[in-house]
Every structure is written in C-alpha cells, then in structure tokens.
Design a protein around this ligand. Structure first.
Ligand code: DQA
Length: 147
C-alpha cells in the first residue's frame, strides 16, 4: 500500500524556519525519518511539498484509486483552503491531518481547519513524531481492510 505525504507552504524551510516553534529538523530529515517508519510499518510513501495550492491539489488527484491514504500538513492552507479540502473529498481516501505545533495554543486564526472534520484523525503538537503516528494509524487501517 502507498501513502501520500503532503507538506504545504513554507515547510520547505523546516529546520531554519522559526526553529523555536518548528524545531531544527529539515524537511529532508523529516522525510527520511518518515521513510524509516514506513518501512517498519510496511507501507510505501510518496512525498510532495509545494508552496502552491494547485500543485498540492494535482498531487492529491494523482492518488485517486492509487493510494491507501493521505497524510497532510497543509501549513497555512489548512486555515484557508476549501479547494484542498474538496480535493481530498474528491479522491475519497482516508486522510490524517498533521501539524508540528499545537495549533490550538497559538493565534486564534490557527484553530480553524478546513480539513479536520473530514479527517480520520488529527495529530497536533507532536512535532515530527506526528507523521509517524499518522503512518502507523493508516497502516493499521490498511491491514484491517486487507484482513
Ligand atoms: C503548521 C501550523 C500552521 O498554522 C502553519 O501555518 C504552518 C505549520 C504546523 O505544522 O504546525 O505552516 O501546519
């Protein structure tokens, strides 16, 4: 089974971007870590990071009838994008929403997500480990379907 891991705007700057909030792990390190977890839980992963909403939407569409699930940290698009929400609904794949930081402990505008109510699970404030948890969850879900 294949899981698409989507990282949205500004996450390409992970490691150097506001390290007090987002930590010092780079996106490359994060993706490497996720690959290790994927191997351990027995799924394949495909990564996409973009600062452009349409690129993220195209990447989600490309997984239609191909992937077993989507892990998404949509960055600031979380709080603004009906289009990304609709793309996830359109492909009808189980989705786990991840945020490195606890979005509920920050500015009020980060509390609303266009994705949370269509997510299987929402993991916030766990840092890079949040992606591991998301992968474990999707892997166990796939195992149930296969069984
Ligand atoms: C974020 C939280 C968002 O509010 C913010 O815009 C980001 C990162 C997180 O991972 O904590 O870019 O999604």
């Amino acid at each position: 089974p294949l899981v698409l891991v989507v990282n949205g705007p500004n996450l390409n700057l992970l490691g150097s971007r506001e390290p007090a909030k987002y930590g010092t792990t780079s996106l490359a390190d994060l993706e490497q870590r996720i690959s290790g977890t994927a191997e351990r839980v027995g799924v394949d992963v495909k990564f996409v990071q973009s600062n452009h909403e349409g690129v993220l939407i195209d990447a989600i569409h490309a997984m239609r009838q191909r992937a077993a699930g989507i892990i998404i940290n949509a960055g600031a698009f979380t709080h603004t994008s009906v289009a990304i929400r609709d793309a996830i609904s359109a492909v009808a794949l189980p989705m786990v929403e991840v945020h490195l930081t606890n979005v509920h402990a920050r500015e009020p505008f980060r509390r609303h997500s266009f994705l949370s109510d269509i997510a299987e699970s929402v993991i916030v404030g766990a840092g890079p480990k949040g992606y591991d948890f998301a992968l474990e969850l999707l892997a166990s879900r796939v195992a149930q379907v296969d069984a």
